[in-house]
Design a protein around this ligand. Structure first.
Ligand code: PMP
Ligand code: GLN
Length: 380
């Protein structure tokens, strides 16, 4: 058979590659972003209860109303924006599905989508599958700041969407209020949709406030905001997320949602709906992960890696230029094969895979794992 790939340039995801290598070499896995500690037993019990109570068939396609109501309350309480549970909130199979649906619903052939690089690896293939063209804008300097003038000059009459991600994977930077106001100004009087990936909304440190697109009226009216319960509640394998957007946008997103998965899994939705009733379950996360970040940085303070503390997410970038001149991909491979420690080379997320001698480490790990990893890092 003669087959033609729809994504000829797209390689296997670095997350699968590195996690597989970590397994093969029995390495400590600080590559793919997931916790190695257990999700709350209460939450597991709630899933079991939901199964035993008979919630084992399809839920409503947009998700169970109780969960949508709680998400609505959460946005209202945290960011002062009301989303109607009936028409403006949809539960998805992880944020990945929400992102894919949003891009598929609106990006048409020859449309352009602005993506800030380095970027999470699902955005560009999804844009290309929809027939669109990713327009890449590099974040600037060690701090990975957005150059809004460059973003402005990337906007054309074919720009359909811009994707932002705050707190940002892989760099651990966050957008400020000033950034969001600039973006709001740029998009005013355009038809551009903002796709705001906020899966790390609660993982934000040093007292910084998460600048959700929903806080800004001029952005909220054109924004689709994606979230992930997997990230928030330490159960990435449950693959449950959501998106919120004004009804006219959500109407189109739901059409794609019905085609891709129809609905997200039912017992998990029941469990999250119960668990979300206690806001401390997510409000305590910032302090919890800040302590992990600080522990990790303290443990490696004697090493030859240099770093700026991550401002959000559960990733820490480390610069290894004092250790080796190897490419980051080669160093990551050697690290896992010779030292049994897996990390993510940042170049894979950059324009033209530009290498800045940086690796990304996930610190959502037990202190014991962080200690073992740090011992290796300090020996290099
Ligand atoms: N966006 C970003 C920036 C991510 O890091 C991830 C990985 N969790 C996702 C989206 C996907 O989230 P989920 O696991 O809920 O599909
Ligand atoms: N978001 C996770 C990361 O950045 C991985 C998600 C995935 O494996 N696709 O590591």
């Amino acid at each position: 058979m003669k087959l033609e790939s729809k994504l000829p340039g797209t390689k296997a995801s670095i997350f699968s590659v590195m996690s597989r290598m970590a397994m093969e070499h029995d390495a400590i896995n600080l590559s793919q972003g997931f916790p190695n500690f257990e999700t709350d037993q209460k939450l597991k019990d709630l899933v079991t209860k939901a199964m035993n109570d008979g919630y084992n068939q399809y839920p409503p396609d947009a998700g169970i109303m109780e969960l949508r109501e709680l998400i609505s309350q959460k946005f209202n309480n945290l960011y002062g924006r009301y989303y109607k549970p009936e028409t403006e909130i949809t539960i998805t199979s992880g944020a990945t599905e929400a992102l894919y649906n949003s891009i598929t619903a609106f990006v048409q052939k020859n449309d352009e989508v602005i993506v800030l690089k380095p970027a999470y690896d699902s955005y560009e293939p999804s844009i290309k599958l929809a027939g669109g063209t990713p327009v890449l804008v590099q974040l600037k300097g060690n701090d990975y700041q957005v150059d809004w003038e460059e973003v402005a000059s990337a906007i054309t009459n074919r720009t359909r969407m811009i994707i932002i991600n705050t707190p940002h994977n892989p760099t651990g930077t966050v957008l400020s209020e000033e950034d969001m106001l600039k973006l709001q100004g740029l998009l005013k009087d355009t038809n551009i949709i903002l796709l705001s990936d906020e899966v790390y909304q609660h993982l934000i440190f040093d007292g910084t406030i998460h600048q959700s697109a929903s806080r800004f009226p001029g952005l909220a009216k054109r924004s689709i905001i994606c979230g992930s319960f997997g990230k928030t509640f330490h159960n990435t394998g449950w693959k449950t997320g959501y998106c919120v957007a004004p009804a006219e946008l959500m109407k189109e997103i739901r059409k794609i949602h019905e085609l891709t998965t129809f609905s997200a899994n039912h017992p998990m939705q029941r469990a999250y709906a119960e668990y979300l009733k206690q806001p401390e379950h997510y409000l305590q996360l910032a302090a919890f992960y800040q302590e992990k970040r600080d522990t990790f940085l303290k443990l490696i303070s004697g090493s030859r890696f240099s770093s700026k503390p991550s401002k959000g997410t559960y990733y820490q970038l480390l610069d290894f230029s004092e250790i080796t001149t190897e490419k980051d991909t080669d160093f990551a491979e050697r690290l896992v094969k010779e030292h049994q420690l897996a990390a993510i080379p940042v170049s894979v997320f950059n324009i033209n895979e530009k290498d800045h001698s940086q690796l990304r480490f996930c610190f959502a790990k037990t202190n014991e794992t962080l200690e073992k990893a740090a011992e290796i890092l300090c020996s290099l």
